[in-house]
Design a protein around this ligand. Structure first.
Ligand code: IMP
Ligand code: MG
Length: 342
């Protein structure tokens, strides 16, 4: 990785089942790298990305996680499903009316989609969806009966040709961050069907969602958590019991649904395959402080306890990819940044 191109165009995706901590990473990178363009790909408001600054927690389900950085423009790519009500609330929270742009072709989630998602036994019980209407809306999109953003008057002020804007920013050598949602193993193609989300969510899909061609990407940052969690149904290798989850401090609740997440130890096999599927150039590992409480809030790799270093170095040795960013706490500044330019 060269210094010059270092953060020109980066795609960030999850390497497990979502909830790896992408939101916090994006929020950090937006500030640290003075990202001028953040664009959200992925499915839609079924993902809740969280980040915290100075003790205040934020959650976004529609906007990119870069809203705290006031100079970052916030885009939503055409592949993403938009729930206008959720979007409007978030735009208010971040006071981002003037820097939010929605692609004209984003398909719209309507009430009927949400009702279907939570009433159909197959979706609500068997798959265990988030109930946010994304599957039924994508189904209508495939049938070409879904509404799109340009038909919705309340979105008129935000409409934009997002791929055009992103590619212009690329030409101008601006720093661009494309934010994926969910995780590699929730992909409709690469996860455990039918226990998956309603489309592909690997790096290639995120590029397609926002209109970036494969050769325009400089870095693919795959985010792993230091343990694995999964919400909803479907296989989870080496799953531990809910009591063990509690005693290890791995207990988590879904940020969209409030459901308790199932948990398992870090899975190198899943990590290796995720690296392959996403053509990762670098890795992030979040929540190292949950695995090793002594690491809480640390920003200097050299000061980590040996066992924490061994955990990171084992991942690097096994995957042959550098772990460049490590999360050590909730605040977006609680990271160890091992990238060369810092
Ligand atoms: P859907 O995407 O709401 O249709 O849900 C399909 C499956 O993906 C369910 O197991 C959900 O729990 C899971 N899922 C969808 N989005 C996320 C996410 O952002 N984080 C974690 N799990 C998710
Ligand atoms: Mg989440």
């Amino acid at each position: 990785m060269t210094n010059r191109n270092y953060m020109t165009c980066t795609v960030v995706v999850g390497g497990f089942y979502g909830d790896e901590g992408k939101g916090k990473l994006i929020a950090y990178l937006a500030q640290k790298d003075k990202i001028s363009v953040a664009v959200r790909g992925g499915v839609g408001p079924n993902a809740g990305h969280t980040f915290a600054q100075n003790g205040i927690k934020y959650k976004v389900r529609m906007l990119p996680s870069a809203g705290l950085n006031l100079s970052t423009k916030l885009f939503i790519g055409p592949g993403v499903l938009v729930d206008p009500t959720i979007l409007q609330t978030e735009i208010k929270t971040f006071n981002s009316q003037d820097r939010t742009f929605v692609d004209r072709n984003c398909a719209i989630i309507e009430k009927k989609h949400i009702e279907k998602d939570s009433s159909l036994n197959h979706l609500a019980q068997k798959v265990g969806t988030t109930g946010t209407g994304t599957g039924p809306a994508n189904a209508d999109r495939a049938l070409r009966i879904a509404k799109i953003a340009k038909e919705i008057p309340e979105l008129a002020v935000y409409l934009k040709d997002v791929s055009e804007a992103i590619n212009k920013a690329l030409e101008n050598n601006e720093n661009i961050l494309a934010e994926g949602t969910q995780g590699t193993y929730l992909s409709l193609y690469y996860g455990d069907y039918p226990y998956v989300t309603s489309k592909d969510v690997t790096a290639s899909a995120i590029c397609s969602d926002v209109g970036i061609g494969p050769k325009s990407v400089d870095e693919v940052l795959v985010v792993f958590k230091s343990y694995v969690t999964r919400v909803g149904q479907g296989p989870l290798n080496n799953e531990i019991t809910s009591e063990q989850t509690g005693s290890r401090g791995w207990q988590e609740f879904g940020s969209v649904t409030g459901r308790q997440r199932r948990a398992a130890p870090f899975d190198l096999n899943l990590a290796k395959k995720a690296i392959q599927l996403n053509s990762a150039t670098q890795l992030a590992v979040t929540k190292l402080d949950i695995l090793f409480p002594e690491c809480a809030g640390m920003r200097d790799y050299a000061k980590l306890p040996d066992k924490a270093k061994q955990f990171i170095e084992n991942i690097e040795n096994e995957t042959r990819k550098p772990v460049t960013i490590i999360g050590t706490g909730e605040d977006l500044t609680e990271v160890i940044d091992r990238r060369r330019h810092t």
